[in-house]
Design a protein around this ligand. Structure first.
Ligand code: GCU
Length: 710
């Protein structure tokens, strides 16, 4: 028997506590110490080596130290253990129980006939032992967090073996963080959670403990890639690619410990802005050489660098149009530079005319991405991912699914969501977006029963573009401003791991982790109440804001609160066309902009017809009279009144429900949410009254129930 190598939990394995920060204490979110109780009370053997295995060891050691368990690291003496986390191809395990467990795991795997890949893992029971088996260290890390999620259930003797592999290879967050404070957008564009985790006043924040805590949370949700600066790239941010690369490397060094690769948003004009060239033309040899050399230097410093994110020819950002080139030329230029190093370019499809004339009824912003990109299908290099917003306009609370997602079969396509709640209450309102994203992912653009948006993101052989989301986090002590907005981030990660998960079950997971039984007075009551508050909160938000898919009735600029005509005569292409007779945008082929025709035939026909179009999208596709009768049996105008009254009542009920939790959960969380619910009630009333009054005045049709409309 080999010499025992007992890893003392207080010994050198134990790295600095990520929560040991000088800054205000950060909230533990879905990884409070109590979530590790079940794991931490066991005897655990970790077998394997490498930096990610060290992370696993650190997590287990910390849990065991707190809850009285013991941990061994390979090689080990022959001990009885309750949990083995082991690499499949690691050296022979000296412990006979561990050997037996691993053999049982292997057998289950062989039965299943599938491989684990570089992030997957198998969880199986062998006698009294739970085994997590992985082919690569990242799999062990994900397996560990799965055990945490399962709590005691991971040790249930009757648990059948389970194999987990991420459906999507890249599960990515885009931070819209500015290095220097932007005069209008501040430190984080559309950020509702304080400053940036990475940057402050033009410098790296350097708060590595917090960064590590962030990486840990992201890994536990399943996220494995992150871009660290805004897609709108200004002067200071552009330099991250060259002379300020060290700032990015520092972030990468920390996030790597949790299996997260760092990406960078770059400006298409970089060869001019940074390289001193006279052009950024993709056809220019000097430009190509500049990108190649610059990218090589990036990989020398950050060997696992993920790649570039590019917003080009969009809302003032430079792009290939300047040189008479198209977006395939532009994307391929960067892809060519990244290819030798295994990097990808995420090229955003958010390209439209932002200097539109509201008088011009022929131009339709919803059409733009499709019109620009579908002719380019088949021309992108294989390491280009076309990153497409899930809806054709801009992250509204309700939009149809973008037809672009179904229109480029020869291109790798990623679906872009917005976790930051720009148009969904800005983290002052509770708006749990899981059900909305799940609806998008389950949408079958070729017709019911066909391939879904999740299939597009996955790709037929797993080579799809994945899921990307704009982050909702910042330096706020609760990470997300609104503590319940943490659930949106967690849910995004989990859906990116497996888009077929039931969003309600994911929310339940988040609740159990975030409010573990030992930390609450009555865990069942807390969970039930949170479900009552959050499950339908997205639909509630939809009810009291813009009706029937019309969108964009928000205050210009900050996008918070109602302003029905705020964008009606603007250049941004977001109109509702309400007059005394009716409301909505005619996007039919027959009489409108033709946008409905961008869908495959099944949905093109459904959306084309005001009779067949689903109620919730009616005003997105059609201009109808206020007395048009919906499938629900209500008229458009009565629907507007009813939903706005109902929405406010639901928010008032949310607040009452939350008040019943006073004294049962962490007081700081209680107070923060209570404050925000007061604002949500105020804001919902404002929405109700402005929308109802606006449409009463326009239409002259009274509320059938005689309620007060101003
Ligand atoms: C929206 C948002 C901008 C952002 C843009 C984008 O328009 O308001 O702040 O830059 O989306 O996705 O690039």
């Amino acid at each position: 028997m080999s010499t025992p190598e007992f890893v003392d939990v207080e010994g050198p394995m134990f790295v600095a506590d990520p929560f040991d920060v000088e800054e205000p204490q950060v909230h533990a979110a879905w990884l409070p110490p109590e979530a590790f109780r079940s794991l931490g009370a066991r005897r655990v053997l970790v077998h394997g080596d490498g930096p990610l295995v060290d992370t696993v060891l650190d997590e287990v050691a910390r849990a065991c130290a707190r809850y009285g368990g013991r941990m061994w690291h390979s090689p080990s003496w022959d001990v009885d253990v309750d949990l083995v986390l082991t690499l499949r191809r690691a050296d022979a395990l000296p412990s006979s129980t561990a050997q037996a467990a691993r053999a049982a795991g292997e057998a289950a795997l062989i039965d299943d006939g599938r491989t684990l890949g570089d992030e997957g893992f198998l969880l199986a029971r062998a006698g009294d032992v739970t085994v997590v088996l992985a082919d690569a260290p990242a799999g062990l890390l994900y397996g560990l967090f799965h055990v945490v999620r399962l709590c005691a259930a991971a040790f249930d003797p009757a648990r059948p073996p389970e194999l987990h592999r991420p459906a999507l290879r890249r599960r990515m967050l885009n931070h819209w963080d500015n290095v220097a404070v932007h005069p209008v957008m501040g430190q984080v564009e559309r950020g509702y959670a304080g400053g940036s985790i990475f940057w402050r006043d033009g410098r790296p924040r350097g708060d590595l403990a917090r960064l590590r805590a962030y990486g840990r949370l992201l890994a536990a949700s399943g996220i494995n890639a992150i871009s660290v600066n805004n897609v709108n790239v200004a002067r200071a941010e552009a330099r991250l690619l060259t002379d300020r690369l060290g700032d990015v490397a520092e972030i990468a060094d920390v996030l790597r410990l949790y299996g997260i690769r760092v990406h960078l948003s770059v400006t298409f004009a970089a060869p001019v802005a940074l390289g001193g060239l006279s052009t950024a033309d993709p056809a220019d040899e000097a430009v190509r050489a500049w990108w190649a050399a610059t990218t090589r230097a990036v990989y020398e410093r950050i060997p696992d660098f993920g790649g570039y994110v590019v917003k080009a020819d969009s809302e003032g950002q430079p792009g290939p149009f300047t040189y008479g080139r198209d977006h395939a030329d532009g994307a391929n230029l960067l892809a060519e530079a990244l290819a030798p190093h295994g990097g990808v370019v995420h090229w955003r499809a958010f390209v439209y005319d932002h200097h539109q004339d509201w008088r011009d009824r022929s131009t339709d912003r919803a059409r733009a991405a499709y019109d620009h990109f579908t002719p380019l299908d088949g021309r992108f290099r294989t390491n280009v991912v076309l990153q497409v917003k899930f809806g054709p306009v801009d992250f509204q609370v309700r939009e149809p699914v973008s037809p672009v997602l179904a229109a480029l079969p020869a291109t790798r396509v990623a679906v872009e969501f917005q976790v930051t709640q720009e148009y969904t209450g800005q983290q002052r309102h509770i708006c749990h977006l899981g059900p909305w994203w799940s609806e998008v992912l389950r949408f079958a653009p070729w017709g019911p029963g066909g391939r879904t948006i999740a299939d597009v993101a996955t790709g037929e052989k797993g080579e799809g573009g994945g899921l990307v989301a704009v982050a909702n986090t910042g330096d706020d002590p609760f990470w997300t401003g609104h503590p319940l907005a943490q659930a949106n981030l967690y849910t995004f990660g989990r859906l990116a791991w497996d888009p077929r998960l039931d969003p309600r079950a994911v929310l339940d997971e988040w609740m159990t982790l975030t409010f573990p039984p030992s930390a609450t007075a009555d865990p069942e009551l807390v969970r039930r109440t949170l479900h009552e508050i959050m499950d339908d909160s997205w639909r509630t938000y939809e009810r009291y804001t813009a009706p029937l898919g019309v969108g964009f009735m928000v205050h210009p600029g900050d996008h918070y609160g109602p302003d029905v005509d705020g964008y009606e005569y603007s250049r941004w292409g977001t109109y509702h066309f309400a007059d005394r007779d009716g409301v909505g945008v005619d996007r039919s082929r027959a009489s409108g902009t033709g946008f409905a025709g961008q869908y495959p035939p099944y949905w093109a026909d459904v959306y084309e017809s005001p009779e067949r179009c689903p109620d919730e999208l009616l005003l997105f596709f059609h201009h109808v009279s206020y007395t048009h009768v919906l499938h629900s049996g209500s008229t458009v105008i009565q629907h507007i009144y009813d939903t706005h009254f109902a929405g406010v009542e639901e928010v008032e009920a949310m607040r009452r429900r939350w008040q019943t939790l006073n004294g049962m959960i962490d007081p700081a969380v209680y107070v923060r949410v209570a404050e925000r619910l007061d604002e949500q009630v105020r804001s919902a009333i404002e929405w109700r009254d402005q929308i109802n009054t606006y449409f009463l005045r326009k239409s002259g049709v009274p509320d059938a129930h005689g309620r007060r409309i101003y």
